[in-house]
Design a protein around this ligand. Structure first.
Ligand code: HEM
Length: 491
């Protein structure tokens, strides 16, 4: 019997040009919104584009994303092979590894150390850094964006390496920031021709016009620094006998006592390097959204603070044991993550084999994107989706509803490996800041409120609230003292 290959049509999308396909149609910012608009124009929740023979599929509906990326995860958990990853020396990055043994080994280690139970070992670090951030907010509230960055970065560096970040000029942070600044745009599909025409990767950096090559050389240099500085610090800590719960110090101690293979060490380091990139910008973005939404939602803030005052009281700062007793704060967390998912398109999932969705052919190698932004702004599920309303997460009887899956963490087997850590960091940040401060729009010299530009910066992959001014003031002199006392007791 000769089996005929099933034929199919691609999902709808903009008409491709000869050779380049839709290269010039792909949005480089406002991606979530633009693809939702494509969906409306084509009257379809699944869309297709083509760039130089590469297929891209965008899914705007939750059910389709669940079907393709969860139920059919065996076929849809890959990442594309992009030459730029090798050029940048980013092959250590778990988020970029294709689905296979190498990824599986790394993911297993992530799972062991970042699962719900294991990630609780990081709670003391999260609490300490949040308390330090409260003091910073007290001292220089106008610099809240810098304090937000410092908070997220210092938690990650402490969790992974026991590395104590003193300020944002820290050499390890500088190296990581430069790596991302140079590397991120190169990595985007439309950002670098190297991704599309792999042969360009062989052009030496000194050839005029080989811009990506030159930038890649710089990015490689900073990637090396980003890896070496904290690892050298771990060695220093161990020599000095410093006891830290960090992932890498714990591992190194285990290695020194019971032994560990080279491979295990390599994997552990790769996890630590990956987490820095995966954890900081995403958490910074979600926290910036929190500040913004509080400044524009005084009613939400009042309700949240009333709940904290009722449950926690005014004589101590909140801690993780309070989480289950604060449903409204939980709803604020869910709503922050819904309102502006930090990675609006998540990450691409490539298909290992041809697949079909209805009559639509999704060829092997297709990069499938769940449009998380569109799914969390679906009017069918979230009425008035552009409004910030934690109330949408409550049932009529006043209890939290079961919509507790935070879609911002992505899909299937590639779902965010650090979602429990992220959830804990976000929650303790939200509850602590609300317990201590009132956040409102800043006022001009005449006492008139300054409206905040609602726009977000969107670089195609990540999104973050554009810088804005707001007023952050302590709720009472007593709370001010609480913060000062708690921080003065820290080492
Ligand atoms: C608010 C914060 C965060 C958000 C919104 C977020 C979101 C995401 C998303 C959307 C993905 C891709 C999922 C997919 O492919 O479908 C991802 C992957 C990943 N995230 Fe997160 N993340 C956050 C924080 C963190 C933290 C704190 C860690 C580590 C402690 C982390 C570690 C990772 C890793 C290792 C991956 C790669 C997983 C893989 O490819 O198998 N993330 N994250």
């Amino acid at each position: 019997v000769v089996r005929q290959k099933r034929k199919g049509i691609y999902p709808p999308g903009p008409k491709p040009w000869p050779i380049v396909g839709n290269l010039f149609d792909l949005p480089s910012d406002q991606t979530g919104q633009t693809y939702l608009e494509w969906g409306r124009r084509n009257n379809s929740d699944i869309l297709h584009a083509q760039v130089l023979g590469h297929h891209i599929v965008i899914v705007n509906k939750r059910e389709i994303a669940d079907e393709l990326l969860e139920k059919r995860a065996r076929n849809s958990s890959g990442r594309p092979y992009t030459p730029i990853v090798k050029l940048l020396d980013w092959e250590f990055n778990i988020a970029l590894m294709d689905y296979g043994d190498e990824w599986r080994k790394h993911r297993k280690v992530c799972q062991q150390h970042l699962n719900r139970e294991a990630s609780r070992s990081f709670e003391p670090i999260q609490l300490e850094k949040v308390h330090r951030a409260l003091l910073q907010l007290l001292r220089s509230p106008e610099e809240f964006e810098a304090h937000n960055r410092m908070l997220s970065i210092s938690i990650t560096m402490d969790m992974m390496y026991g590395y104590q970040v003193k300020n944002l000029d820290d050499p390890a942070i500088d190296a990581a920031t430069r790596t991302a600044e140079i590397g991120d745009p190169l990595f985007m599909t439309s950002g670098s021709m190297i991704n599309i025409i792999p042969v360009l990767a062989r052009v030496p950096a000194w050839v005029p016009g080989a811009i990506s090559q030159k930038l890649a050389t710089q990015a490689r240099y900073w990637t090396g620094k980003m890896k070496d500085i904290p690892v050298d610090d771990v060695k220093r800590q161990m020599a000095a006998g410093i006891d830290s719960p960090s992932l890498l110090t714990q591992f190194m101690e285990k290695k020194a006592t019971t032994g560990a293979s080279e491979e295990e060490e390599e994997i552990m380091k790769n996890v630590a390097y990956t987490v820095y990139g995966a954890a900081s910008d995403t958490t910074i973005s979600a926290t910036a959204t929190f500040f913004y939404t509080m400044a524009i939602s005084p009613e939400v803030q009042k309700k949240a603070q009333a709940e904290i005052d009722r449950v926690v009281g005014n004589h101590r700062l909140p801690d993780f044991t309070d989480r289950a007793s604060l449903p409204y704060i939980e709803a604020v967390y869910r709503e922050v993550m819904r309102f502006a998912p930090p990675l609006p398109l998540g990450m691409m999932h490539t298909l290992a084999e041809d697949d079909f969705y209805g009559d639509y052919l999704l060829p092997k190698g297709t990069q499938v994107f769940a449009n998380i932004w569109a799914i969390t702004h679906d009017e069918g599920t979230y009425k008035d989706p552009d409004a910030f309303e934690p109330e949408r997460f409550f049932d009529e009887d006043g209890s939290l509803n079961d919509d507790d899956r935070v879609l911002a963490y992505g899909y299937g087997r590639r779902i965010c490996a650090g979602k429990h850590v992220a959830s804990a960091t976000m929650w303790i940040t939200i509850v602590s800041i609300l317990a201590c401060f009132n956040i409102s729009k800043a006022k001009d010299e005449f006492g008139k409120e300054i409206e905040i530009n609602p726009e977000f910066e969107d670089h195609g992959v990540k999104t973050i609230k554009k810088p804005f001014e707001c007023s952050i003031t302590p709720r009472s002199p007593a709370v001010q003292k609480l913060i000062e006392d708690v921080v003065s007791e820290l080492k």
